[in-house]
Structure formats: C-alpha cells, structure tokens
Design a protein around this ligand. Sequence first.
Ligand code: FAD
Length: 404
Amino acid sequence: MEYDVIIVGAGPAGVSCAYVLSQSGAKVALLEKSSFPRDKICGDALSIDVVHQLEWIDPRLAADFQKLENKLPSYGIRFVSPKGYKLDLPIIKNGVRKCGYTTERYVFDNFLLEQLKLNTSVEVFFNCTVKDLKVENNRVEISTDSGVFYCKTVVGADGAHSVVNKNTIKNPVDKDHFSAGLRQYYSNVIGFNSEQMIELHFFRELLPGYFWIFPLTGNKANVGLGVPSNVVSRDRLNLKEVLQKIIENEPSVKERFANAIPLEEVRGYGLPLGSKKRPVSANRVILTGDAAGLIDPFTGEGVANAIRSGRVAADILEKALRENDFSAKSLMRYDKELHRRIWSELKVSNLLKKMAIYPGVCDFLLKKAEQNHYVKNYLHDALADVHKRKFTTAPRFLFNLLFR
Ligand SMILES: Cc1cc2nc3c(=O)[nH]c(=O)nc-3n(C[C@H](O)[C@H](O)[C@H](O)COP(=O)(O)OP(=O)(O)OC[C@H]3O[C@@H](n4cnc5c(N)ncnc54)[C@H](O)[C@@H]3O)c2cc1C
C-alpha cells in the first residue's frame, strides 16, 4: 500500500497532522496500534491553548468541541507551595474571564478521531502496530503486524516511546529531560474551588515535581504525580507509595479524600520534556508531539504542543510534496519553524522548573505573587496566552516581583 505520507499514532499530534495535511489533497494513512476509543494516561487538563489550536486547524472542529459532553470548564490554576501558600490564577484575556477544560483523554482523543473520519478522506488503520521502518532511497517501508506499507515520508506521532524515533532519528531517553507520571481516577474528592480550577501541589520531597488534583465531570477527579526522572532515581522514590502517603497523610489533602473512592489501580507513563532542543526531522522522517519531546517542563502539559507540532509538520510536508523533495535539508524547515514557535515558551518553563527545585523559592514566589497585583495580572495574561510567557523573564517583571 503506497501513500504520500503515513502518520504513526492517532493521538492529538497524529490526528492534527492528518487533518491539516489531508486538506491539501495528499494521500494520507494513519496507523494506530489500539482500537478507539482508547485510554491515555494523562492529567486530562486541556489548556486554553488547546482550544486555540483546534480553532486554527478548522473552526468547525472548535465549534464541535464546544458541543462535546463530558467536559468540565476550568477557569484557572491553583498552585500550592510547600508551606501551603496558595496562588489562584484565573485565566483572563483582555479583561475577560476564559476557561480551559478537563475531559478524559478517552473522550477527547476519540472526539478528534471522529472529526477526522467525518471531515477528511484519511485512511485510518486500527490495531495496526508499527514494528519496524526502513528509509530507502525513494520511499519509506513500514512493517506492521497487519502488513507492509510504503510512503514518501513518515510522521512519528507515536508518543513517548516512539518506534519511529527508535528506528530513524534515535533521540535517546535522557533522564534529565524526562518525567515519570502516575494517574489514578477517584470519585468523591471534595474541596475544589467554585471555579473548578486544576490544582498543582508542590511538596518538598518531589520538587520540582508535583502532586495534582484535577476535577472532572460526574463527581470524578484525576489525581496524580509528575516527577522528574532524575529526582526519582536520585531519591529512589517509589512513586506509588508517595502518592498513597500524600493522599492518606498530608494535612492539606487527606480530609478531601476522606470519602473518596479509587476507581482504578495507579497507572504510570513517561513524559519527554521540551527542556532540550532535539532534532525532530531527518531524510523522509518527521517527529511530532511526545515522539519529538515537546512537553512543557514545568506544567507537564503536552496536548497543545502535540497539536501545534502536527499542524506545523503538515504545512512543511505540503511544501515538500509540492517540491517533491523529502531530503533532510528540505524537512529541516520543520525543526526551524517548530522551534521558532515554541522554544521561547519552553525556555521560560524550563527556568521555572529550575527555580522550583528550591522549596524556599517556591514559597517566596507564590506568596509574593498572591500579594502583588502587578505580578498577578501579568500571570493571568501569561496563562491565557502562551506568547506572553516569555515576558516573565524580562527585567521589569522580575523587578516588580522582587521589589513591588
Ligand atoms: C501522567 C501524565 C499526565 C499528563 N497530563 C497532561 C495534562 O493534564 N495536560 C496535557 O496537556 N498533557 C498532559 N500530559 C502529556 C500528554 O499526555 C502528551 O503530551 C500527549 O498525549 C501527546 O500527544 P501525542 O499525540 O504526541 O501522543 P499520544 O497521545 O501518546 O498518542 C500516541 C499514539 O500512538 C499510538 N502508538 C504508539 N506506538 C505505536 C506503534 N508502534 N504503532 C502504531 N501506533 C502506535 C498510541 O496507541 C497512541 O494512540 C500528561 C502525560 C502523562 C504521562
């Protein structure tokens, strides 16, 4: 079976890339190892940036997302410091309150895939696990458990343990730029604020990692931990035990779980962080989303960048198809364009991650930001618009944070 482009993985990165690329008339196939709907271990928080990304792909997609059931609007983020200082950051853009959403990935990813099937002619192959890839002179050969496929270029959208990456670009898993994540769904967790904010709790022993509680519809909550892999191995943390101890013993948490019921066993997965620039293309190959390592190193958000990278990849591939040039040099335009769009925000997040190593700094920053209206207003803007985040490293902002 011959295609212009084969995309491996039907998560947000793969579906977005397929959606945009198919609009140019390219012959596209999407290979997915699961059958949908499928679960994805995640915090299930969709930032406002995700909603913007859907709008950019196709306004119809954003409009249909607004109609999607089983999603909860969440009007901001609550940060809790090691000493218990709270900072509630609502999302405010140009003076107007905005929201992100929480929705199980089982629901969201299936929504995206259904939209793809409805609006495009992309061929989707489920239960099709890619085992091996060979980049030949004039095509790529992809071996799966359902047969062999050929294409001019392959897109790796197959997540944190990407087979496409392993067989082509070979970016290594680097503990300094990787986090471990655990998730457990609960019912009957109480004490969310009236704006249904998602909550990040920074405990001393996990820094710069955190414990999260995100409210979901149906009296459910997504509860978990995200901790850098180098901290896990340095302190030999058993993350399942840490999670249990926090829920049972932490004074700021345990009463909220007094009548809570776990709905599943604790489950874990890796987060490749965008705290380092990696090569994301090669001859006839492009990596997107987690396969490219684009997760925000401070917050652990990856869905928005997965979609953004899928869009950028589609634009570059459209040009490559027009020029019939899939060489490393031609596809290098993807690395440049992607890094131009996301690197300054990732740098800010990386700086925050480095500062959050110190409990005293976390306490100071959250306490100060809560009391300082200039800083708070500024952070509202940064939450609503990723492009404004880079100004948090500007001297004026830092001066106001420290001295106002
Ligand atoms: C514990 C945890 C919590 C997180 N919380 C959040 C959060 O709250 N908000 C947020 O924005 N981000 C969060 N993230 C990050 C987010 O989940 C990822 O960044 C996002 O899913 C990346 O999308 P993707 O499309 O690149 O990959 P994925 O969503 O992982 O999709 C990859 C797809 O590829 C398929 N696949 C894999 N291998 C193969 C193969 N060999 N052949 C065929 N198909 C294959 C998989 O079945 C899957 O469907 C979290 C991550 C973790 C681990």
